[in-house]
Design a binder for this molecule. Structure first.
Ligand SMILES: [Fe+2]
Length: 701
């Protein structure tokens, strides 16, 4: 849908139309006590992917399950029951839905007519009397409800490479929390699945120090190097089916409603629009984008629009062919009709009021973005190859802005590695992350939102994470090729700086306050304030950002720990290796946290002295005036609490989830840290304050 979701309760007629639009059957409160017509018995084996609910509103949500043919029984009809109690003594709504192989035996039901801000329980029953597990869900508060809004946000669950201990911990804590401190929903910011799959025999040594789980073999698929990627609808469906067998993920979906947006891996690792890239050039993949969207639609209970006949509750894939994108509009959107049909086959961006205090705005950061700089062959000359995992901030600024650089006066050459290299993007349009249509919608929502907190579910982060390789001591060897800072990657908003500036300028000029962007993707915890530029340029924060660590996918610290050799002169910038002492066996630590907060001289001092205080004494205060916290080695989840005056975000960090904890509490906590932001006035800069710490922060002062 292209507008804010109304929080007025739907009439029955509206609910019927909405159910059709979202491809779901409708459940509505029963006027009479209905008789239990079927003998119900729980048969979880008949529902191997469990149950789920999603996109709650004050009067309902979408319920989901999958009931495939199993052990000789095929079900084509499901009855769903919604009750006020877990024992189903107080049934409230009921509906019938049909299923078929055409939607991979998944089932979506829109429930309407419920009461705001309360839990409900639901279950599915087939015509043989086989029942699903019982799911719990919650309705959203109505828009005049002043209560605190509480939710968790998560991203990046790689079930092949790690365990979902974070969900187990979240469930354990929520079940023990006071009723008014329990979560209202879980916001999933993408990488719900990882389409890049290593079949264990192809990589017997595993990934870093992790073993690879044999979770899926694609029916079709394609091999690139030593990994496999999906190529058909059957492949993407197989991936979701495999992921949803994870018991911790399944229990989380059965406990809370999820609000989901896809990020890149729901389609393709380096995907943009309908194109893929596995490091050897662009691969047209319109058919795969449609397949990825269809599988997402079938497996995520979300209120997202898709084209086609609204009376037909299936995803109706547009006919497309894989074709190169040769012509682009002013925002980098490929005009090829199949590309437009593929990226238009699902409308992910949406917005919703949560009580009086929160407007949640969700965007799609992958389907409309112009080709990332790091994919483009013309930018290859600007890669600082001696420096792991970074690009140059100054060069990225010029390449991203293209002809719009310096108010339309882009430099004809860029100084890099001691040479003047021709600027390959001197006539190119600036890059766009959101695309023109979605950006107009997004800015419109931001400008119109009246809730005190405008929370942007922004799958990829905006905060620059950088370090000062320009200050590297000469004696160390490697020569940084520019005079400015190094950025850790350019695949997120730090590589789409021109449009980031446009959005932050819009916020500043309109004097909009209370904006926090809520992100995933980086596999790191970060908290900070957002400014269009950083020292040595102006530093003028206008919004705040919180980024959650991954549920399980490896982060930058872990990657550097296992790929930057012990003798590499820059290893101490990324990894602190305590001097080996057999009595303590102290593990490697994320020196990268120190490099991002304080610069490279600080992390070098840390390796030399072994003391964080000595490191901080060597701090460059200009590296990160915008950051309050960074941990590039942390995993877990984050919890938001939004009151009218204050936004508090708690990062719950767990140890690296290599193995399933196998305990009811999901295993221990590494640390917990809370940052708060008071509501600020127009013209004031927001400030982040650390209010609570439990456990030992990893090389963070
Ligand atoms: Fe990820």
């Amino acid at each position: 849908m292209s507008d804010s979701i109304s929080t007025r309760p739907m009439t029955r007629r509206e609910a019927i139309a909405a159910a059709a639009a979202f491809g779901a059957a409708l459940a509505w409160p029963a006027r009479f006590q209905y008789p239990p017509t079927l003998a119900w018995r729980e048969r979880r084996d008949a529902y191997p992917q469990g149950v789920a609910s999603g996109d709650p509103q004050p009067d309902g949500m979408i319920l989901w399950t999958r009931r495939p043919p199993t052990r000789g029984t095929t079900a084509r009809r499901l009855r769903v029951e919604v009750a006020l109690d877990q024992e189903f003594q107080r049934p409230y709504a009921i509906a019938n839905a049909t299923m078929s192989a055409e939607s991979d035996w998944t089932c979506r039901v829109l429930v309407a007519g419920l009461q705001p801000s309360r839990p409900y329980w639901y279950r599915f029953i087939d015509e043989h009397g086989f029942g699903s597990r019982i799911g719990r869900t919650l309705t959203a508060p109505s828009s005049d409800d002043p209560r605190t809004i509480r939710f968790a946000f998560v991203s990046c669950q790689n079930v092949q490479q790690g365990a979902c201990n974070a969900y187990r911990r979240m469930i354990w804590e929520d079940a023990r929390g006071a009723p008014d401190d329990q979560l209202d929903f879980v916001l999933h910011l993408g990488d719900f699945v990882y389409e890049v799959v290593w079949y264990p025999p192809d990589r017997p040594r595993g990934m870093y120090a992790r073993r690879l789980r044999d979770i899926v073999r694609y029916p079709h698929g394609e091999k690139h190097g030593d990994f496999h990627v999906p190529t058909t609808l059957a492949d993407y469906r197989a991936l979701y089916r495999a992921y949803l067998l994870d018991p911790d993920l399944q229990d989380a979906r059965a406990r809370w409603p999820f609000v989901c947006v896809p990020d890149n891996h729901e389609f393709s690792w380096k995907g943009w629009q309908s194109q893929e890239n596995f490091g050897t050039g662009t691969i047209p993949a319109q058919t795969r984008k449609v397949a990825a969207n269809q599988a997402w639609f079938e497996y995520q209970p979300a209120r997202v629009a898709r084209p086609g006949d609204p009376a037909d509750d299936r995803f109706q894939p547009p006919r497309v062919a894989d074709a190169p994108l040769l012509e682009f509009d002013e925002n980098g959107l490929g005009r090829e009709p199949g590309n437009l049909a593929a990226v238009g086959s699902l409308t992910v961006h949406r917005s919703q009021r949560w009580g009086r205090n929160v407007e949640l705005i969700l965007t799609d950061n992958r389907s409309f973005r112009s080709e990332p700089l790091s994919n483009r062959p013309e930018t290859a000359a600007f890669r600082p190859t001696d420096f792991p995992a970074v690009v140059s901030e100054d060069v990225t600024e010029v390449l991203d802005a293209g002809r719009a650089m310096n108010d339309g006066q882009p430099p004809p050459t860029i100084r890099f590695g001691g040479k003047e290299v021709p600027n390959p993007r001197v006539t190119a349009a600036p890059q766009s992350m959101l695309g023109a249509a979605q950006k107009a919608w997004f800015l419109g929502r931001l400008g119109a939102a009246t809730a005190p907190w405008k929370l942007w579910g922004n799958s990829v982060a905006m905060l620059d994470w950088r370090t000062d390789f320009q200050n590297l001591p000469r004696a160390l060897g490697p020569r940084w090729p520019t005079t400015g800072y190094a950025l850790f990657g350019d695949d997120d908003w730090s590589g789409y700086r021109h449009e980031r500036r446009e959005i932050l300028e819009f916020i500043r000029q309109r004097g909009i306050t209370g904006i926090a962007t809520i992100c995933g993707d980086r596999h790191a915890f970060l908290a900070g304030v957002l400014s269009s530029s950083l020292p040595p340029k102006a530093f003028e924060p206008v919004a705040v950002e919180f980024v959650t660590g991954s549920i399980s996918a490896p982060g930058l610290f872990e990657a550097m720990q296992y790929t930057v050799p012990r003798k590499h002169p820059l290893r101490p910038v990324y990894v602190y290796d305590p001097v080996y002492d057999p009595s303590t066996r102290e593990p490697a630590q994320p020196a990268i946290n120190v490099s991002i907060m304080h610069g490279v001289r600080a992390s070098l001092a840390l390796q030399r002295t072994g003391h964080l205080e000595s490191a901080i004494a060597a701090s460059n205060p200009e590296v990160a005036p915008h950051l309050s916290f960074v941990d590039a080695g942390g995993h877990g989840y984050a919890v938001v609490r939004a009151d009218p005056d204050e936004l508090a975000v708690e990062f719950v960090c767990i140890p690296r989830p290599i193995n399933r904890a196998g305990r009811a509490n999901g295993g221990p906590i590494a640390y917990r840290v809370t940052h708060c932001v008071r509501q600020w006035r127009s013209g004031e800069a927001p400030r982040i304050e650390r209010t609570d710490v439990e456990g030992q922060l990893p090389l963070v002062e």
